[in-house]
Write a new protein. Sequence first.
Length: 350
Amino acid sequence: MKKSHMEIEIKQQPQIISKIIDAYFFDNEKVIIDAPDDVDKIIMVASGSSYHCARCAAEIFGDVSNIEARAIYSSEFLLKKVIPNHALYIFISQSGETTDTLSALQKVKQLGMQTLCVTNVENSTMWKAADYRVNCLAGEEQSVASTKALTAQMLCLYLLAIKYAADKKSDISKQIKNLQVLPDVIQRSINLEGKIQTLAKFLYKYRDIVIAADGVSYALAKEACLKIKETSYINVMSHILGEFMHGHLAVLNNKKTILVYISSDELSYSAIKNLEKIKADYNPPICVIGTSTDRLNTSYNIDCNLDSDNYILKIFSNLVIIQILALKIAEKLGRDVDKPKGLRKIVTEN
Ligand code: M6R
């Protein structure tokens, strides 16, 4: 069977990750990237998968570089009457052409604030308009469902966070170790394909799938939903698990509902308590992605077996796992992942 662009692009990721590290991380010690110095606050604006990247990156900027950062959808940003001053505005876009993100960039430029774009398309309209530019070097992405470009964006923003941490003389030795092993982590996640396919065979029959997560992983739950919807047209819902307990869990009364929990950390005490309560009250099948657990009665448990406290490597690994999961569910349903009905690769006005 001919491989889809989506599958080919997912599998190119270890090489792309190495290429980005070689391009921006010099002599195994210094990030050199086109960005301003002395940044106190970062606001990231993006749509779709690029927004999910921004949400993860906001946590990473806070944790790695101690910089307050937040993510906002491009369309919502355009509705804002007041926007913060004295911030670096980062626009993330695979294509560099998405109308809402481009309009947001133009709005910020008119207000005279610093703009940086992270894009996969050099010389795109956003590239030309921004003050600073980072090429995410993923190579042309043909699949409508973004995979390699998203992982590449994540890495560029992680590198930027490392640059700001180093500028502040923070200890970046742990981050350097992460960069050294990242291509291998991505390859190991791809190697889980067989296990992920087994999970896909179990999931594809469900028409109601709840994907829950807490903290930084919530952006991954949103990304998993988007990827599965785009490629399989199944109605998948994403929830913050802690919030899911406040009424939303009533959907589990529908016995055809399955719950997938994504974690980029060890399972927290409250996550275990919530999942145990869900099991006791509704008894849905529960699948856990990203961490191994024997505390819960899970139907499936997929984990790349990374250091349990290294949430950044786990984010990258989980990203790849959910991409393969979406691909395999779509293949089981006989969908043409490269031509999802009614979708275009770039969302513009025309
Ligand atoms: O080119 P952009 O990153 O600006 O595109 C944003 C979204 O349209 C895009 O991520 C879309 O959601 C993808 N098809 C997701 O796979």
